[in-house]
Design a protein around this ligand. Sequence first.
Ligand SMILES: [Zn+2]
Length: 429
Amino acid sequence: MVIWHAFNSLSFWHRRWVLIFSIMVMMLAAWPSQHQQPRTLTPSEIATAAQPALSGDEPSSAPPRYTTKRVTVRRGDNMGAIFQRMGIASTDLHQIDQLDGSDPLRMLQPGQELTFKFNQQGELHSLYYPHSVEQALKIRRQADAFVARSITLALDTREQVTEGEIRSSFWGAAVAAGMTEDQIMDLAAIFGWDIDFAQDLQPGDRFRVVYQNKFRDDERVASGDILAAEFVNQGVTYRAILHEDDNYYTPEGKAMRKSFLRAPVNFKYISSNFNPRRLHPVTGKIRPHNGIDYVAPVGTPIMAAGSGSVVAAGYNQFNGNYVFIKHAGNYVTKYLHLTKRTVNKGQRVKQGQTIGTLGGTGRVTGAHLHYEFVVGGIHKNPRTLTLPQADTLTGRELANFKRLAAPQLAKLNQPDLQLAQRQESDRRG
Ligand SMILES: [Zn+2]
């Protein structure tokens, strides 16, 4: 600080000369030491710059006149911090920050790798950043400016077939069958119109899945679509095949998607899939009950089972916070004991939209969702009711679907897969 004040008190010309002189001194001082200076090269960097770049798994071939340096993003890192550590000029940082297409650099994740190349003058020549499994950003100096280019990374898509049998939990069986979290959620979503994954699963239920995985150098880097699947729930077989329109259909060409979800709660929030709540949460006695109770943690999102409009949303001492939704075709669904409501009376809601969160408001002893399904004024069991059918493929579309579906169905029909995963799931059970 003292030096700075003294420096500021000098005249303009004095300051300039002092500055030039100090820069020269700093450069000389830096020469034999390992001390890192922003904007100037350290001796070790100068030494390596003169050597040919090591050839590694570099995506582009490296001419020997450039030095390559790889940096792993640390927790709390950002572009500015990394550029400073690399000794890159702040004018370069500014230019790259302003560059069209450089946005991925603002979302660096710990563990990701950036590859820098420097020319013999120690200036940044190029930067390579694979920001997702399928996309990389390449920035290169061209004359006085930088240019950014997005590169699509080649992945090898492989089809796989797996199967599992539920012993203690669907999740565990699916993981043992080699499925990723995303694929497990996808599988539950495909059959979520027919099967209540929160309450209807039983030990002995089975599934078989034909799915894609994306590989690079024999390593799975991403999970792909489920192409076909079979789920046997309580002895009833459901099958679904992905069509070109990105929707799933039964082998007969009927849409899997229906007007109502079987359950207004995602199964992943339900602690046990094999604990049907036959007891009323208040009286503790088994009694006829106009709805289904879902027990899950307070705050679990509650979904509209179907699209419609909110006909009631309020609070009373029995229902606690409640939401009633009216759907086309004289259907009404009711959701009780919510912690909070996120929709208002008169509002339109879409299927799957969050309408509130699970709670323990009203006349209850423990937190749960009380869900009712009313058809023409009469309470029905939504888990066993035949729900209104959505789209069905017809004509040429149906013929096309059946042609494409045939090979997938054959994979579902294979008598026994003899997979290692199956043995795995048996061991777990
Ligand atoms: Zn209830």
